[in-house]
Design a protein around this ligand. Sequence first.
Ligand SMILES: NC(=O)c1ccc[n+]([C@@H]2O[C@H](COP(=O)([O-])OP(=O)(O)OC[C@H]3O[C@@H](n4cnc5c(N)ncnc54)[C@H](OP(=O)(O)O)[C@@H]3O)[C@@H](O)[C@H]2O)c1
Length: 260
Amino acid sequence: MASLTGKQRIWLVGATSGIGLALGQHLLAEGHRVALSARRREALEELAQDHKDALVVPLDLNDRQSIRSAGQRIDAEFAGLDLVIHNAGTCEYLDVRHFDVDLIERVLATNVNGALYTIDAALPLLRRARDRDGSHPLFAAVSSASAYLPLPRAEAYGASKAALSHFLESLRLDLAAENIDVSIIHPGFVKTPLTDRNDFSMPMRVSPEFAADAIIKGLEKRALDIHFPRRFTFGIKLMGILPPALRRRIGLTMTRKSDD
Ligand SMILES: NC(=O)c1ccc[n+]([C@@H]2O[C@H](COP(=O)([O-])OP(=O)(O)OC[C@H]3O[C@@H](n4cnc5c(N)ncnc54)[C@H](OP(=O)(O)O)[C@@H]3O)[C@@H](O)[C@H]2O)c1
């Protein structure tokens, strides 16, 4: 398994299951100081037990104040952050026959606004680590390979992740002058509770441990675009740059037929 150099102060948002849980287990085992966030306090406490450097900081991405308070709590304990991994997110697919605006708003709010609230809370802590301790801070967020290519039923999820990736790419340009890096993580399919709900085939689905390893390797290199498994994500990237008529033809092969 890959490792991160030094002993880092890390805020991991979305640490209770799937990719985030695998990341949290690994980062704690490596001895980093890790602030663990998500909604489910008990699951966070279970992850933190036996790790004196873990800090349990529950929050809800749909509650901006809870994220602000989490940031203040982490600042009081860690006095700055070297690395933030915003991993939390949700996925719901749209059945366009029953156009569900509430569903779309839920996904956009959680995946886009939630990330903005984390950035808002984290930036002062990243700046403090840089100014006080000479750290070279890194903000990373988990987007999705679906940001590369619009797919059927993924109007809400794909748009939320494309918005997140676009936002972070802009942010990276503006933070460069401040010596704060931004990494965007684009996983393909990973076996987690989020994808266990899916009723369609998920080619090249990898384990959460594989995902955590690929992410940590990418963060260690401070890669701008961390994507895996590569055979899958290169294919999706390639499809994403095809002419629109060809993209449409490929996309249509993935739409649902009548009542399936
Ligand atoms: N699995 C995949 O194939 C795949 C592919 C591409 C991208 N991703 C992205 O990877 C990230 C992790 O997904 P996963 O597959 O590991 O899913 P998961 O097992 O469902 O984990 C989602 C994590 O996000 C947290 N979370 C969800 N809603 C939240 C909210 N409102 N407030 C705070 N925390 C919240 C959950 O914790 P609580 O329930 O305790 O709040 C949990 O820790 C997501 O951003 C997802 O979009 C996943």
